[in-house]
Write a protein that binds this ligand. Structure first.
Ligand SMILES: NC(=O)c1ccc[n+]([C@@H]2O[C@H](COP(=O)([O-])OP(=O)(O)OC[C@H]3O[C@@H](n4cnc5c(N)ncnc54)[C@H](O)[C@@H]3O)[C@@H](O)[C@H]2O)c1
Ligand SMILES: [Fe+2]
Length: 410
């Protein structure tokens, strides 16, 4: 049996309205002087209020830092750490999307040590021990509340990751009452990001494992059943909670079976054109899957049954594959490729239904940008090694070229 290691957040609270119990959770972790790390958008949408009233009810003092910005630069992390040290806080609560959560993780660590952020980039370069940490996501996408990763913007177009088990929080709190205010286009894009985490974890070449597989399938069930409803009927708190849980399961899957070429090709779109992470993924997803099909159609076909609910043609294909049995490998292979084609078509349709742009051209990207995008994508070696099929520079260019026009076949 294949060996593997699986690590995740110690405690996950999935409960609509659980934010009102934040003081109780702090008490469990012996936090008496909490610092809330968040951004202005969260405050403007009234999402800090339930936490503040819970602390007031418990007569607990608290501090908050609200200067996180999307794709947080190093300087913001440093400012938050300084504030945490001055305030002598003894625990951190991250409240927001991936940007606030990633910052909160680093604050919990660096406020409790003499290490500087510049020393800890990369994998397992952390020596210190972090303060107690609770993460409360307000987007259903990154899964940051269960990943040992923080992503920091380090230059004009560059980001770097810090990876350590120290960055997993003590508690992840999933409360959909905090996500109902999320605008539909962010709900859609972050939801697709979560789906990509699950799809890429399931096809991960290096660390694919049975626990990540189970989580990825369950995540895709929840996400694909609820993404349209959560996007267009954002007040449906049950659909919102399903998205939060799906994103959390997908996060656990990819934290242990890392993502591949979809993310590798998505990152340069964020770096060079400031396209939000989820949307970047949506723009390249079908095209990377079409490229990968020759190497993992069996895995895509397995996932199709968890994504395309109520698709009769898909069920017929699955039944005929089962009838033919393993002996008929060629026929099974052909069926898997057909099923993968249907899945890719389904994802194109889903992206259109969510009213997300479906071509790079729609965002002003042109043929002349492809070389530079492909060069940057090839730098993502940490991700590309997880892809089921080797991606050459020419392959990356061709995938971007297909994404440029939103090409649907070939
Ligand atoms: N740690 C990880 O494992 C991991 C994985 C993927 C991406 N990331 C990082 O996460 C960041 C992206 O995170 P994100 O996509 O969650 O977005 P985000 O945190 O950057 O937030 C985007 C915007 O949405 C607003 N917002 C968030 N929740 C809201 C709500 N409920 N209602 C209204 N507005 C709300 C925020 O104020 C912000 O303006 C990037 O920096 C990316 O690199 C981290
Ligand atoms: Fe992602």
């Amino acid at each position: 049996m294949k060996s593997f290691v699986f690590s995740t957040t110690k405690s996950i609270v999935s409960e609509i309205g659980a934010t009102s119990r934040i003081a109780e959770l702090c008490h469990l972790l012996n936090i008496t002087r909490p610092l809330i790390v968040t951004d202005q958008g969260i405050i403007d949408n009234g999402l800090l209020a339930p936490i503040l009233s819970a602390f007031n009810d418990a007569q607990m003092q608290f501090w908050y830092f609200d200067k996180v910005v999307a794709d947080p630069p190093e300087s913001v992390v440093v400012a938050a750490v300084d504030y945490a040290k001055q305030s002598r806080v003894d625990g951190v609560i991250g409240l927001g999307g991936g940007s606030s959560l990633d910052t909160a993780k680093l604050v919990a660590l660096l406020a409790n040590s003499d290490e500087s952020i510049t020393e800890i980039y990369g994998v397992d370069n952390i020596n210190g021990k972090r303060l107690p940490l609770i993460l409360v996501p307000t987007t259903a996408g990154t899964g940051s509340e269960v990943t040992p990763i923080s992503i920091v913007t380090t230059g004009e177009t560059t980001k770097a990751g810090i990876v350590s088990a120290q960055l997993l929080p003590d508690i992840a709190l999933l409360d959909a009452s905090l996500t109902v205010s999320l605008p539909s286009h962010i709900t859609a894009a972050t939801g697709i990001d979560a789906m990509v985490h699950a799809i890429e974890a399931f096809t991960s070449a290096v660390k694919k494992n049975v626990l990540s597989d189970m989580l990825a399938k369950n995540a895709l069930e929840l996400l694909s059943k609820n993404i349209v409803e959560a996007t267009f009927n954002g007040q449906n708190v049950e659909a919102r909670q399903a998205m939060l849980l799906g994103s959390c399961l997908a996060g656990q899957a990819f934290a242990n079976a890392p993502v591949g070429a979809v993310h590798a090709l998505a990152y340069p779109l964020g770096g060079q054109f400031h396209i939000p992470h989820g949307l970047s993924n949506a723009l390249v997803l079908p095209h990377v899957m079409r490229f990968n099909k020759s190497h993992c159609a069996d895995l895509y076909a397995e996932l199709a049954t968890h994504i395309m609910h109520g698709d009769d043609a898909l069920n017929n294909l699955a039944n005929s594959a089962a009838d033919n049995g393993a002996a008929d490998n060629d026929r099974a292979d052909t069926n898997n490729k057909h099923t993968t084609d249907r899945l890719i078509h389904f994802l194109h349709e889903l992206i259109a239904k969510l009213q997300l742009p479906d071509s790079l051209a729609a965002l002003g990207i042109e043929e002349k940008h492809i070389d530079s995008l492909a060069n940057d994508a090839l730098q993502q070696t940490r991700l590309l090694t997880n892809n089921p099929k080797v991606v050459s520079l020419d392959d990356a260019k061709q995938i971007y070229r297909n994404a440029l026009t939103g090409k649907r076949n070939g």
